[in-house]
Design a protein around this ligand. Sequence first.
Ligand SMILES: [Zn+2]
Ligand SMILES: [Zn+2]
Length: 191
Amino acid sequence: MKPPVLQHATSSTTPSLITPISREMQNEVIQLTHHYIDLAVSTLGLRLEKIPIRFDIKGKCSGMYRSNTRGKVIRYNPYIFAKYYEDNLRNTVPHEVAHYVAHSAAGKKRIKPHGKEWQSIMHHFGCKPTVTSNYDLSGIPIKRQQTFLYHCRCNQHLLTITRHKKIIQQKTEYFCRKCKAKLTRDQNAPE
Ligand SMILES: [Zn+2]
Ligand SMILES: [Zn+2]
């Protein structure tokens, strides 16, 4: 008897999109972020709260620090992290924490984003204060492109709108190559 033909989420005629980092890796990134925050607290004598860390940016940025009336937040790009994990741990994480530290230390004083305050914190962290990266971003979803976040039992999967529509119209189902589970829609997924 022939086994049923299963469609795999990762097989595609178009260049396949990068799968965002797993929850396990997200936790590693969160721990490292807290490590740098703690380092700034203990060595610079600053009072810094633990701020939210999110993995919800798309596009060309690996990370960003934002402070506004809604509060402070560090956001990371889970796709660029997936493609260049080690490099982002080494550079993006201290880079964003240094923004948070510099901004908090400056108080009401206005400072340049990558000015001497930020640079000195990067040096303090033992990191090179470089601003640009030369990542090849193929496979990284851009902001305009509409993609849909699904998950199986082991990971998250990013589907194109074409595939998402096929699922909605019940024309096909997609299964994870690794855990064999059917892909289901993430309820609170950013789009
Ligand atoms: Zn920056
Ligand atoms: Zn899976």
